[in-house]
Design a protein around this ligand. Structure first.
Ligand SMILES: [Zn+2]
Length: 72
């Protein structure tokens, strides 16, 4: 039983390190901002790495506005 858990943990660790490597490669050019461009809040490091320039709240807000404008 313990071996299975170890194996699962190894798999998860491998998946995570692979995903992080991919993110780093992808974001080597498109690096996000340290602060949200809309509200100047601190950006979570995960969103910076993914190249986002808005915090979660502003991003969903911007997405909503985009949809609104698209309707016009
Ligand atoms: Zn924001």
């Amino acid at each position: 039983m313990a071996d299975e858990i170890d194996l699962a943990n190894d798999l998860i660790a491998n998946e995570i390190s692979r995903a992080l490597k991919e993110i780093r490669q992808q974001s080597s050019e498109a690096v996000g901002t340290k602060f949200c461009v809309d509200c100047d809040d601190d950006m979570p490091i995960e969103r910076q790495k993914l190249g986002f320039k808005r915090c979660v709240a502003c991003a969903s807000d911007a997405e909503r506005k985009k949809l609104m404008y698209a309707d016009e």
